[in-house]
Design a protein around this ligand. Structure first.
Ligand code: SAM
Length: 292
């Protein structure tokens, strides 16, 4: 970290924000979050106490966190947690940091099952538990199953479920539908890996697990597997909702149509990008219609 003249909050933040600029899209926010963590205070407290002098041990811990952030570690890993909808989730190495776009997936799934009492829900690729736990919190009457292939990621799902007292979930280790032979659900949701092996964004995501991000040479391999096998695991009238890359909407709609899903529709995220596509399983090909 660049030397700070007086070791006071305001000066430290200014220096840290400047130092983080090349490594972060939100350098000033990161600088505040990390200093607030070291001092055990809120960001509002920092703003009101710019003249507070930071002691040597605090300054050294702060410098350590800043250098890790400058090396590309996600700020959520350094803090050890990330907010998602109404949840505060433990995150760290070995699990994907939940993204704000994924809130749209949860909102979409909740809307799709709004009128259905005690729905059977399935989340494929639970990661931190962002989706599965947000569903559980919003629908205490639902019976919810989550599947995750990574033992490390599943340990985060389990800890977050236990800490949030949302432990009454069925959490299974395995690949997509493999631990669910013969089982059917009212709604399947998934935010699977959807980057291609050569995606240029990967350079900035080196600290997060590659298996959570990369699907294969095309980027749509996991989506294709989840969509093609969904009809074997949906109850009639059930739905599938998936998150995908902003250029993958047309391909996801095509895959859903090919799998016989109907009422296919894509939602845009807050940035206006196609982000979540859902379809319905009617088991009746005559109800097919053009996707929107
Ligand atoms: C993009 S992350 C989503 C995590 C979490 N649901 C979220 O939205 O933040 C994808 C997750 O799928 C998991 N995954 C990858 N391949 C899988 C597979 N074959 N079967 C089950 N889960 C898999 C990854 O380990 C990762 O946790």
């Amino acid at each position: 970290m660049p030397p700070d003249a007086d070791g006071k909050v305001q000066g430290l933040l200014a220096a840290a924000g400047a130092a983080l600029r090349p490594a972060s899209d939100s350098p000033d926010l990161d600088a505040e979050l990390l200093l607030a963590q070291v001092l055990g205070r809120t960001r509002a407290w920092l703003k009101a106490h710019g003249e507070h002098a930071v002691n040597a041990s605090e300054a050294s811990r702060y410098a350590g966190l800043l250098s890790r952030r400058m090396a590309g570690e996600p700020v959520a890993y350094l803090l050890g947690h990330r907010g998602f909808l109404h949840l505060e989730l433990e995150v760290g190495p070995g699990v994907l940091v939940p993204r704000p776009e994924t809130e749209l997936l949860v909102e979409t799934a909740l809307e799709l099952v709004r009128a259905r009492p005690a729905p059977l829900l399935l989340d494929l690729g639970t990661g931190s538990g962002a989706v599965v736990l947000a569903l559980a919190q919003a629908r205490p009457d639902a019976r919810i199953t989550g599947v995750e292939a990574s033992a490390s990621a599943l340990s985060y799902t389990r800890r977050n479920a236990a800490r949030l007292a949302l432990a009454d979930l069925e959490l299974l280790e395995g690949s997509w539908y493999e631990p669910l032979p013969g089982r059917r659900f009212h709604c399947i949701v998934s935010n699977p890996p959807y980057l291609a092996t050569d995606d240029p964004h990967l350079a900035k995501l080196a600290h997060e697990p590659r298996t959570a991000l990369v699907a294969g040479p095309l980027g749509t391999e996991a989506l294709a597997e989840i969509i093609s096998r969904a009809p074997d695991h949906l109850l009639p009238g059930g739905c599938l909702a998936v998150e995908h890359g902003y250029r993958q909407g047309a391909e996801v709609r095509r895959l859903m149509q090919e799998s016989g899903l109907t009422a296919i529709h894509t939602q845009r995220d807050l940035a206006g990008h196609e982000r979540v596509t859902h379809g319905e399983y009617t088991n009746d090909p005559s109800s097919a219609q053009e996707p929107s």
